[in-house]
Design a protein around this ligand. Structure first.
Ligand code: 48H
Length: 260
């Protein structure tokens, strides 16, 4: 067999466009491929829904690769250990009871693999730059190549439709910020605007991450670090149980809505 450069090009272009065309109308669109977005995608796809995740960077994984201060180990507490088990990530008990560690490279790569094999479709190198809203409800996303914004090019975006959107963009809570800017005073937060992330306090932060995993505007949910940034909780440092549990919780909440 002789390898032909044009056949290789056609194979890539056709397969990519199939993927794009098959994912223009979604049940759930996830913005951000950190741990919370990936776990949400895993559970939603596993339940049989059409779910795509948009990640600005070349690689998914968000803040998990770097563990704490580039020491590539993460800590997960007892409550979330069952999720590492479900996701096939090996967890090592630490000498203090209730703490587990995992290799962050194994965690990102294994969770990503499980999610994609469950049916999650990942679009990397794509940034969500705006939202589609109709009848006072989020109904889709406005997307563009990250390279376009990096090169500061004036290029119009494209759009996708989705029944639900998850903001899993981490500290910057970017999708919620877009809503707050274009529809000020309309968020389902105490002040009706973004409350802002508070000082480091792991115990409180992990509890509140879960509590704050909820709908923040009709059709829009927050997961992971975006929860505390939106609803005003502390940061937790490099403990990742809350991120995994938040991904699971947001998936359960949306699954319930999808079944109604
Ligand atoms: C497309 C986007 C956009 C956009 C951002 O930060 P993440 O890892 O998110 P989480 O919430 O799953 O995990 C948070 C965790 O990593 C962390 O930072 C912790 C625990 N910090 C504690 C502390 O005290 O500091 O991932 C978010 C992802 C990133 O990969 C971004 O590139 C991506 O979202 N992203 N993708 N369009 N507009 N904005």
């Amino acid at each position: 067999m002789r390898l032909d450069e044009v056949t290789i090009t056609k194979a890539i272009a056709e397969r990519y466009f199939d993927k794009l065309m098959n994912n223009l109308e979604l049940d759930v669109a996830i913005v951000g491929g950190g741990p919370s977005g990936l776990v949400a995608g895993y559970f939603l796809a596993k339940a049989g829904h059409r779910v795509a995740l948009y990640e600005r960077k070349l690689s998914v994984g968000g803040g998990m690769w770097g563990g704490g201060m580039l020491f590539n180990e993460i800590v997960v507490q007892e409550d979330a250990k069952r999720l590492l088990d479900e996701l096939d990530v090996r967890a090592l008990p630490y000498k203090e009871a209730g703490y587990y560690t995992a290799d962050s490279v194994e965690a990102v790569s294994t969770i990503t693999s499980k999610a994609v094999k469950a049916g999650l479709v990942v679009f990397n190198c794509i940034s969500v730059e705006d939202i589609v809203a109709k009848d006072d409800r989020i109904s889709g996303l406005v997307i563009n190549w990250t390279a376009v914004s990096m090169a500061n090019l004036h290029v119009d975006p494209l759009s996708i439709r989705s029944r639900y959107v998850i903001d899993a963009t981490g500290h910057d809570t970017e999708v919620v910020a877009m809503v707050a800017k274009k529809a000020p005073g309309r968020l389902l937060t105490p002040s009706k605007n973004i409350e802002g992330e508070k000082f480091m306090n792991p115990e409180e932060a992990e509890r509140l991450t879960l509590e704050n995993t909820k709908e923040v505007f009709p059709g829009l949910y927050v997961a992971g670090m975006a929860c505390n940034a939106t609803f005003g909780g502390p940061r937790m440092g490099p403990i990742f149980g809350g991120m995994l549990l938040s991904g699971e919780k947001v998936a359960c909440m949306i699954l319930k809505r999808l079944s109604e």
